[in-house]
Design a protein around this ligand. Sequence first.
Ligand SMILES: Cc1cc2nc3c(=O)[nH]c(=O)nc-3n(C[C@H](O)[C@H](O)[C@H](O)COP(=O)(O)OP(=O)(O)OC[C@H]3O[C@@H](n4cnc5c(N)ncnc54)[C@H](O)[C@@H]3O)c2cc1C
Length: 353
Amino acid sequence: MKKIEFLIVGQGLAGTILAFEMLRNNIDFRIVSSLVKSKASLVAAGMVNPLVFKRLTQSWLVDDLWPVMQKTYSELENILGERFYFKKDILKPLSEDEKLLWQKKQINPEIAKYIVSIDAISKVKHISKAAGYGRVTGSGYLKMNTFLNLAESYFRARNLVIDSTFNFNQINPVDNSFEIENITADKIVFCEGHHVTENPFFPFIKMNPTKGEVLLIHAPELSEEFILNKKVFVLPVGNRRFKVGSTYEWKDLTETTTENGKASIVERLDNLILSDYKIEEQHAGIRPTVSDRRPILGIHPEFKNISIFNGLGTKGIMLAPFFAKEMIRVLTIDNYFTQKEARLDRFLSDAKR
Ligand SMILES: Cc1cc2nc3c(=O)[nH]c(=O)nc-3n(C[C@H](O)[C@H](O)[C@H](O)COP(=O)(O)OP(=O)(O)OC[C@H]3O[C@@H](n4cnc5c(N)ncnc54)[C@H](O)[C@@H]3O)c2cc1C
């Protein structure tokens, strides 16, 4: 029996980035990767946007998250030998009211640093007429499938992957170790995405999983210079292909695509672009969103050998690198307190903390 320190359950974005942080910190681990449980990460469009367009505010913690994100994906590109993070500005057609809001907010340096310009005329052809066109910088996209596949090969080449669906009946945390195949681990970190709702150790977490659907279209005439955004995003991914999305659905949490989902995206897309396109693919997945829309990091209140890294929600690409580093601190420094909003103990009553 080989003895190691950690099992990571799940090789989605959360488990993968955490695994690289463990490697960097010389922590001995294996990833338990299920061939049957779905991965939201493989469905994600992959977009990063430093702003929230609804009220034109900064995305939560963006000034802290953004530099760590850039550095981490760039370092991982060097390790894995291929590019998968790309900077790309967003071009957003604005209504008259939105234009006024954007002009007003441009006075605020916290917002202004992400706004390149507000133009009267669109910089690209084939998009709908608008009162103005806001151009946002600091945005971009992660080719998630490329990244996760390269990462998986990297881990497999080092014998760090155990192909298994983790079975909760197998474990007894009071034994102080976890056995799987020929491995014994002292501790376990659950990175199961929305499947955490089936985990008996965390019934107190208030998850609010959100189904999302995206389309892949081929639009030969559409410019690939910008990510377009107006009630729907149109994200160029190469070869005149664009990811278009998405939808937000809380009742139907099946992972199958729907005609309603497609129709909703198509309606918004037709209001944004004027060029011909063909739908090539449609995908659906479940985002691991939390009721308060913040990530979850922490050690189980009763079983100190069980911990969780989850809740990446709709912004996993930006959140994962910063919070994986925080998670390492949570795991290795006694009584380390990460951001209040992200701590697991926010779900516990004062008496149980
Ligand atoms: C339609 C859609 C569009 C999105 N677009 C964006 C976007 O543009 N930008 C952005 O930042 N985010 C986006 N997201 C969100 C993003 O996908 C998530 O934040 C992120 O991928 C979550 O990663 P995760 O590792 O927590 O979960 P997942 O990717 O779901 O990974 C969980 C892993 O745990 C494994 N697992 C679960 N249970 C077990 C078990 N018992 N044993 C073994 N393994 C197990 C699963 O097999 C899976 O590999 C989108 C999501 C969707 C659905």
